[in-house]
Design a protein around this ligand. Structure first.
Ligand code: MLT
Ligand code: ZN
Length: 475
């Protein structure tokens, strides 16, 4: 790897372009950019460029295009698939977007906000809230993930059922193309049929077609009434039935419907302090549900309670607890949001980020559980998450007492079996965490060949030099 103060021409050009404070090139400064959050990859880079304006990003990309230097865009570094980590060659530039972080405009009457890529999600949520509006993207990592990363991975989270994924929240986009031109489609229109919808190409592309520098995003009325509850059920099939009943009764007020299996409750109980478990004995499945309405509505909780009571009486539920205070609501959310941390503390795990039509989830789970057991006898299946939109984090912890290495060796066989089953049911092996570097082979294996060839054509035509995040998304 070339080290600090290298005389490589492109490094010298970038230093001159960005000036002091506009880049990092000392080993200790580079360190945080070399590995991904899950510790799957560790790469190398001679420099992290930190442009503060779109013009500077364009300048950096032009220098890189001229010298054929690969660029790895980098936001809050919370990727699950290694999309923001440089590879091992030591010749890739990391393009950090964190200084490009202004909220350019918040249009209250248009219910829209224009923010730069490096803006942290929680900051955007807070600014919207202060203006009496609501930005609904909600993720465990919202305190550190950035808008650019959310867009580049098409993030999901816990409110997709009501508000959709990141791509559904976008009105306009600004992108620096691989040749340094700026594609300015930063419109704030809800209706705009002027030709192809180019912005959608860059959302979920993980920086492989260009660098997203800013976006105009939809805002919503701020919820004023919440009702939150957790219900115990016997099966995923019963949970899907409950979701239907809820939606029939209160429609779009259902924002969150998250599955918490017994195994996840046990992990949280073991590893996360200060979370109170809602039930004495964890039922096979629990569902955390939240309803929200923009107008104050003291009735909402009463309606939810009545619905759950009815479901209890009809035998659909085995138990239910309504959060009757803010502290109890926070506790239920903490229970849900602590699952990934609890599973990490438990030790090794094998993760799959799958989605299916919600109606297909019960059948899938019935077949998938014995499949897991046939590949790793005694393994603990912890399939949790966004049941309301069909996305489960189908994660597996080792049988108690099994060595991590022996367990992880079974990972490829398990992945193949799980993804094959998902594919056979019309599902996706990449629901909300992206492809990154981790799932490039899976995309090749499962994507429709016509779609894959179109993706390659698009990549070739937009990035003929192949400098935009090479090795991510496409091989
Ligand atoms: C979640 O929903 O908690 C995350 O997307 C997935 C995870 O951390 O496993
Ligand atoms: Zn998730």
């Amino acid at each position: 790897m070339s080290t600090a103060r290298s005389t490589t021409p492109w490094l010298a050009e970038l230093r001159a372009l960005l000036g002091p404070g506009g880049y990092l090139d000392q080993p200790d400064e580079l360190e945080p950019f070399l590995g991904d959050w899950r510790h799957l990859y560790r790469g190398s880079t001679p420099m992290v460029a930190l442009p503060a304006t779109t013009a500077e990003v364009a300048g950096v990309v032009r220098v890189c295009a001229e010298h054929r230097v690969p660029i790895v865009p980098h936001g809050g570094n919370t990727s699950y698939c290694g999309g923001a980590t440089p590879r091992e060659s030591g010749v890739e530039l990391v393009l950090g977007l964190r200084r490009l972080n202004r909220i350019r405009e918040l249009d209250v009457d248009n219910y829209s906000v224009t923010a730069e890529a490096g803006c942290v999600l929680a900051r955007l949520q807070a600014a919207s809230e202060e203006a009496g509006r609501y930005f609904p993207m909600s993720l465990g990592s919202e305190g550190s993930c950035t808008i650019g990363g959310n867009l580049s991975t098409n993030a999901g989270g816990t409110a997709v059922l009501r508000y959709g994924m990141m791509r559904d929240l976008v009105l306009g986009l600004e992108v620096v193309l691989p040749d340094g031109r700026v594609l300015d489609q930063l419109r704030s229109l809800r209706k705009d049929n002027t030709g192809y919808d180019l912005k959608q190409l860059f959302i979920g592309a993980e920086g492989s077609l260009g660098v997203i520098t800013a976006a105009c995003l939809k805002l919503f009325p701020r919820p004023a009434a919440y009702a939150t509850a957790i219900a115990g059920l016997r099966s995923v099939a019963d949970a899907v039935t409950l979701l239907g009943r809820l939606r029939d009764a209160v429609g779009d007020a259902v924002v969150t419907f998250e599955l918490i299996p017994a195994g996840a409750m046990e992990l949280v109980a073991r590893h996360v302090e200060a979370v109170q478990l809602p039930f004495e004995a964890a039922p096979p499945c629990s569902v955390l549900m939240e309803l929200a309405l923009p107008a104050p509505d003291s009735d909402l909780a009463t309606r939810l309670e009545a619905l759950l009571e009815q479901a209890l009486l009809s035998g659909l539920l085995t138990d239910a607890v309504i959060a009757d205070s803010l502290a109890r609501r926070d506790n239920l959310w903490k229970l849900r949001e602590s699952i990934p941390e609890a599973q990490t503390r438990e030790g090794a795990s094998l993760k799959h980020d799958i989605s299916l039509p919600t109606s297909a989830l019960p059948g899938f789970m019935t077949d998938a559980a014995p499949l897991v057991d046939s590949i790793i006898p005694g393994a603990r299946l912890i399939a949790y998450g966004h049941l309301g939109d069909g996305n489960l984090h189908f994660n597996v912890s080792p049988p108690v007492g099994m060595e991590a290495t022996a367990f992880l060796e079974r990972g490829p066989a398990l992945k193949r079996a799980v993804h094959d089953l998902v594919a056979s049911r019309g599902g996706s092996f990449s629901a909300e965490h992206g492809i990154g570097r981790l799932k490039v082979g899976e995309l090749e294996r499962y994507e429709n060949p016509v779609a894959l060839s179109l993706m390659r054509q698009l990549k070739q035509s937009l990035d003929p030099l192949g400098i935009m995040n090479p090795g991510k998304v496409l091989a």
